[in-house]
Structures are given as C-alpha cells and as structure tokens.
Design a protein around this ligand. Structure first.
Ligand SMILES: *Cc1c(COP(=O)(O)O)cnc(C)c1O
Length: 421
C-alpha cells in the first residue's frame, strides 16, 4: 500500500478533533514495555506512555496473564455496579495494599471509567456535602473535558470548546506563579476574608500536585501543606486530582504523600487500571459519603477486566517492601541530570519535574515542538505541554529500564542540541 493510502481513511472519516496522530504520523500496531511499533516495523521508545495511563508499560506480561486468564474463564466483563468477585478482590487489595498502610480511611466510588468522570463525581460530592457551589482551582490546571471539569481547567483553547459559560470556579495562583515574589496564598486568604471581594465561600479546592498538562509545574511539599491547612481552617474540602500523578508517577503511590497531607477527596484514573484499560476511582473520607443510591451513576462503571489488571498491578508493584518508588525517583534523577546539562548549556532552557514526570522548558515555545518532532524522527515519542506547548514532557513507563532511559535521553539530547545550536 502506498504511504498516503495508509492514512487516507483517518483523514477522510475521522474528525478533525484528532490530535496525537498529527504529531506522530505513524500507524501503530503492536507494543510491549517501553516500545511501540508501527505497521512498517519501525520501533519507537514510548516516553509518553498513554499520557501516563501506562505506568507499567505496554502489555505488561504479569497484567496480561491475569487479563487473559480472566477472559478465557468467562469472567464478567460488564458489571455496572453489581458485586463481582473481580471487584471484591480489587477493593480488598486497595484496602490492604494502599489505604491501610497509609492510614487512609477512604471510601471508594467507581464513577464512569475516565479521569473527567472521577473529577465530576468529586465536584458534585463536594457541593452536596457543603451545600456550596463555588470551587477554587489553580492557574494552568487541567482536570478534564466535561463541563464541570472544564470549568476548573485553565487552558483557554480547551475552555472555549465548551460553548457555554463555565461558571462556579475561581482560579488562584499555583505554587511559584509569581516566581516567589508574592507570599503563598496571600491573595486567596485576602479574598476569603473580604466580604466585598465577590468570592462566594467555596465548597472545595481542587489541585494537582504536579500539573502535567499545565507544563510540569511542581508544587512544593510545604505549599501543599499550607494549602491543606488553609482548607482545614476554613472548612473547605481539599480535592487532589491524582489522575495523572497518582499510581507512582512521582514516586509514592499517591503524589500527595510527600507533603504528609490527607486530602478529603482524591481522584485516580489513567494508570489505576494498570493495563491501559478504562477505569477511574473517586475516593473520599468516610464521613463525606453522603451519596444516595444511584445518585451518580454510569453504564461503564463496572469494567471488570480493568479491575482484574488493577488488582494484579497493585499486588505486583505496591505490596509491602515495594521498591518501585525508589526506582522511580532514581530514574527521575537520571532524566533531571540529563536535562540540567542541557539547561546549563543553552540559554532559554530550563528543567523541572518530580519522579518520572520531567519537563524540559523552552523560553522559545516553538523549540519544544521542534525537539519532539526530531525525537519522533529518531524513534522516540514525547509530547509537549504547557499553555504555549513550551515544555517537552517526559512520562516514560515506570518500568523503563536504565538502558532504555539512556537511549531515549541520547535522542532528546541530540534533538535539543540540533534545535538550540
Ligand atoms: C488526564 C487528566 C484528566 C482527565 O482524564 P480523562 O481520562 O482524559 O478524562 C483529569 N485530571 C488530570 C490531572 C489529568 O491528567
């Protein structure tokens, strides 16, 4: 087939809304671990990892075995919120491996199987619990594409897609928004206290500990602690959206663990299913469980094959004595060191990140796109993020080997040198 024919149907039939396929004009067929292959047999190192949905790599053999056994045994595939053995095993595993060791007395809600569903459930619950409407979000936040989640998202292009007013949300400056010049939460506390500020008393604050889509903006542990304190003092619920940074992306299972805080509500999706299968969770403190039966539901909440791979992933990677967090931090350090060298060498280049989410930031935003394009030509998938797409964002699978990491970093280093010299 001539190359042009291979993509003709995508261009003819698939909506213009498609995006990743434009930056990576290949047609992919198979994948394993950190590698993805196209139909011409070309191999690419995947340092995008499903936008963080593939923390354990493509077709992880341990998870694949659990999934295949389950399917071959005619295990329940679609279960709504019926009790199933797969769901029982998942809940027991979450309780035993995740919640109990961290002293978290959370209840677990299964919303529809995407991150934005988990956020919608969190916002609705916060409003129902407090009887208040307004939500505080942060500059450059990303929480999803449905209207509630979009209302607390920063990106103006994505917001414009709503086509209706996005209301009941007020943005506050994220950590370091003013480059350390303004004291943290000065503005937030001021408008909370000032009866003339126009800010309605908020139901909740929603925050990412590291803003993935927003440009790899890292909140310091002390900033997160101060935020949690402020919320507790003012009886505002704290929602941590851990859809992208949870499941070990920054090291610990929950990204907020480094701050020693216990959010009121936590959202998880992306890598919680483990295998890249759709799944999401909204977790909250036991006393916040004011839902009535069926008050927030959805047809695909019971994606049991994802429960099976989620259970296998948590048992394999998040048992007692797991070394995954340390390995993630060490690999993150390797990326950070390579990026620091580039930042030292070239003006207008800097770096930031935590664990295995690392960003290479270009003052000249176009350069980030150029680096990603060159990297793709050399066989590496990496995406840009940030309000102007000025950040090359690396999200390799947590299971990436040191050799693969070195190989990917060589490609990125040479791409950056070409673009910046
Ligand atoms: C990806 C993401 C979402 C949305 O998840 P979808 O599955 O795309 O709906 C929400 N919050 C954060 C922090 C995300 O990274």
């Amino acid at each position: 087939m001539p190359e042009a024919d291979k993509t003709a149907i995508f261009e003819h039939l698939e909506s213009e809304v498609r995006s990743y396929s434009r930056g990576w004009p290949a047609t992919f067929t198979t994948a394993s671990g950190s590698w993805i292959r196209d139909e011409n047999g070309r191999e690419y190192l995947d340092f995008f990892a499903g936008a963080g949905a593939l923390n354990y790599g493509h077709n992880n053999p341990i998870l694949k075995k659990a999934l295949v056994d389950y399917i071959v045994g005619d295990g329940i595939t679609h279960g709504l919120d019926m009790n199933t053995v797969a769901k029982r095993e998942l809940l027991e595993t979450i309780q035993h491996n995740i919640l109990e060791p961290r002293n978290l007395d959370y209840k677990v809600q299964f919303p529809g199987p995407t991150g934005t569903n988990a956020v919608e459930a969190a916002l609705k619950l916060a409003r129902k619990v407090t009887g208040r409407e307004s939500i505080i979000n942060f500059t450059n936040a990303f929480h999803g594409m449905t209207l509630g989640a979009l209302s607390v998202t920063g990106n103006s292009m994505k917001r414009a897609g709503a086509g209706v007013p996005l209301v009941h949300a007020t943005p506050m400056p994220f950590d370091n928004y003013f480059g350390g010049v303004t004291e943290d939460f000065q503005w937030f506390e001021r408008v909370l206290d000032d009866s003339g500020s126009g800010l309605n008393r908020p139901a909740a604050v929603i925050v990412e500990t590291v803003q993935g889509e927003g440009g790899v903006n890292v909140a310091r542990a002390e900033w997160l602690r101060a935020l949690a304190d402020l919320c507790a003092r003012r009886e505002i619920l704290l929602i941590v959206d851990d859809v992208q940074m949870g499941c070990g992306r920054t090291g610990p299972f929950f990204s907020f663990e480094i701050a020693g805080i216990q959010p009121d509500i936590v959202t998880l999706s992306k890598s919680i299913g483990g295998y890249g299968l759709p799944m999401a969770l909204t977790m909250f403190k036991r006393e916040l469980d004011v839902w009535g039966p069926g008050e927030h539901n959805g047809t695909f909440r019971g994606n049991n094959p994802a429960f099976v791979t989620a259970t296998a992933a948590i048992q394999e990677y998040w048992g007692a004595g797991s070394t995954l967090p340390e390995e993630t931090l060490a690999k993150g350090e390797t990326i950070s060191n390579a990026f620091t060298k580039l930042a030292d060498k070239f003006d207008g280049v800097s770096t930031r990140g935590r664990g295995l989410v690392q960003g290479l930031v270009f003052d000249d935003a176009e350069n980030a796109g150029k680096v990603c394009k060159l990297a793709f030509d050399e066989g590496l998938l990496a995406e840009t993020s940030g309000p102007s797409d000025e950040v090359v964002k690396l999200l390799p699978p947590l299971t990436v080997t040191n050799d693969e990491l070195d190989q990917g970093l060589r490609i990125l280093t040479s791409a950056t040198e070409k673009v910046c010299s």
